[in-house]
Ligand binder design. Sequence first.
Ligand SMILES: [Zn+2]
Length: 180
Amino acid sequence: MANDPNQDSTYRLRVEALQKVIDGIPRFKYWIAQATNEQHAQQQARQQQSLAQQQADLAQEQARALALQEQQQQAVAHQERQARGQWLFWIGLVFAAIVAGWVWHRFIRHRCPSCKSLNVHCTGQAELDRFKGRIKVREKNSRGTNTRFMSTTFVINRYDYACDECDHTWSEKKKEELGA
Ligand SMILES: [Zn+2]
């Protein structure tokens, strides 16, 4: 009797408890596997999220760089336009000066009426007439432009010229304003 352990109630209870533990092992294994899987899935999701974030950051940075590049290109284009405008302004100014010089040389500069030489000089000046007159004066004020008349003195002067090339002499009359 004493040789059969199943007869011992303590032994039977222990075996039952042990059996329960052994029966529970697969479920325990399943839980662990489940938890591990879940952890893996979470890790993967985190990795994907961080990858997506990195890609988004990269795209944003590229967009920023592109915008900056475009801005710089626009600034350069603006500067080039300005430089071109300045060049055109200076070329126009030089051209106008050349034209003005030519006109002055061709039509205004004193020449001998006989031989067209430019080597002429003034030999004398005489006042022929003097009279009071009125001139129109435009004034700007806060209400706009105002026109009024001022009295002034006019002088008719005669200038005598002599040509150095052909000794021709001639005179020119000029009306000049002396002031009030
Ligand atoms: Zn002459």
